[in-house]
Design a protein around this ligand. Structure first.
Ligand SMILES: NC(=O)c1ccc[n+]([C@@H]2O[C@H](COP(=O)([O-])OP(=O)(O)OC[C@H]3O[C@@H](n4cnc5c(N)ncnc54)[C@H](O)[C@@H]3O)[C@@H](O)[C@H]2O)c1
Length: 378
């Protein structure tokens, strides 16, 4: 198979879909890899590194798309890339089609096969291609929080660790999943006093074990959250209810009872945020204040660390890339339940129920759509 890796065109997106180690593995499996020139630059990977790994460097995006049977990207196609979509092309990337009817139409009209990172679900219910970005955002949340607690950045002028004779900061983490656990790990490592609040008691038991009793674990309810926030210096919002908007755990009135200059990092902002006072911000203009409490609500935190994010993402995506290249879409999906869940568009139909429902479009089981020009896929 010829696998193409274009340079991302979305604003501020510096990640890339395949790294040199992936190129070598694809080459060794007998595939050809086309990488657009400068595709890895934002993640500190040079054309020479790709070349040394066995890639062919291609000057234009148009040629990468036109010559590839499968294109591996990071973000959904921008409008300027719609022209490259075509029948039978496999596009493997984060697609997030549900809120994007225009992109969905472009995928369907061109009969492009869209395999979305975010809907790949393994049998244990895990979302393997979302986990690495949660790990990045969770670890970053405390690093960012520590930075904004400094006085010149608007915070209350506090060192997360304290010093001998001066108490450390109180870090309160709402949600003890992937983001929350990674935030707790960094906060503990920096010497903070850490509290994790979750509604899942089993999860709290696991955290108590993992951190050997060094984090305070609390069951989630309105009263506990309100009381805990009064003492917080840094709050990390990390709750998720799969498939739904984030619950607004922090009410407006709780903010006014918090310390001036405390810092709130709402990582869950990509699902609407878990503070009533949250609104999405950008890396260019990341913070604002409510009642003197600093809010940081950047929806794409991992974009700030593209090198780490690219390697974290591709560690997770690459086994699927190789499987698709080795077996082709139909056999790979037939043999791999998780991958099959990723197919969002195929043969001009929406094949992911959530996308069809959110846009009022016809849904077809992937297995029921006749394959382009051949027999039905089972
Ligand atoms: N801003 C970014 O750049 C960025 C990056 C990655 C992930 N995220 C987002 O971060 C959020 C968390 O992701 P995750 O991977 O950690 O999810 P996760 O499913 O691993 O963890 C979510 C946790 O929230 C807990 N929870 C649910 N309802 C709760 C409640 N009412 N009170 C307390 N806890 C509750 C769950 O029990 C679970 O432990 C998601 O919205 C995700 O999309 C954002």
């Amino acid at each position: 198979m010829t696998v193409g890796v274009p340079k991302e065109v979305k604003d501020h997106e510096a990640r890339v879909g395949v790294v040199p180690s992936g190129v070598t593995a694809l080459r060794e499996a007998g595939h050809r890899v086309l990488v657009q020139t400068h595709a890895g630059e934002g993640s500190a990977i040079t054309d020479d590194e790709y070349r040394a790994a066995g890639a062919t460097i291609v000057l234009s995006a148009k040629d990468v798309w036109a010559e590839s049977e499968m294109v591996v990207k990071v973000k959904e196609p921008e409008r300027s890339e719609f022209q490259y979509l075509r029948p039978g092309l496999i596009l493997f990337t984060y697609l997030h089609l549900a809120p994007m009817p225009e992109l969905t139409s472009a995928m369907l009209e061109s009969r492009t096969t869209g395999v979305a990172y975010e809907t790949i679900v393994e049998k244990d219910g895990s979302l393997p291609l979302l986990t690495p970005m949660s790990e990045v955002a969770g670890r970053m949340s405390v690093q960012i929080g520590a930075q904004y607690l400094e006085a010149q950045n608007g915070g209350r002028g506090m060192l997360l660790s304290g010093i001998p004779g001066v108490a450390p900061a109180n870090v309160v983490i709402l949600g003890g999943g992937v983001v929350g656990t990674n935030a707790a790990k960094i906060a503990l490592g920096m010497g903070a006093h850490v509290t994790v609040i979750d509604r899942n008691l089993q999860r709290l038991r696991e955290l108590d074990d993992v951190f050997n009793g060094q984090v305070v674990t609390l069951a989630s309810n309105v009263w506990t959250i309100g009381e805990t926030l009064k003492l917080a210096d840094l709050v990390v919002g990390a709750v998720l209810i799969p498939g739904a908007s984030a619950p607004k755990l922090v009410r407006r009135a709780m903010i006014s009872q918090m310390k001036r200059g405390a810092v709130m990092v709402d990582v869950a902002i990509d699902q609407g945020g878990c503070f009533e006072t949250s609104k999405p911000t950008t890396h260019t203009d990341p913070i604002y204040f409510v009642d003197g409490v600093l809010h940081y609500c950047v929806a794409n935190m991992p974009a700030a660390v593209p090198h780490t994010s690219t390697f974290g993402l591709t560690n997770a995506t690459f086994p699927y890339v190789l499987e698709l290249a080795n077996k082709g879409l139909e056999r790979a999906c037939e043999e791999h339940y998780g991958l099959r869940q990723g197919v969002n568009t195929f043969g001009g139909y929406v094949t992911y129920r959530g996308v069809a429902e959110s846009q009022g479009r016809e849904f077809r089981e992937f297995a029921m759509v006749p394959a382009a020009g051949s027999s039905a896929v089972r």
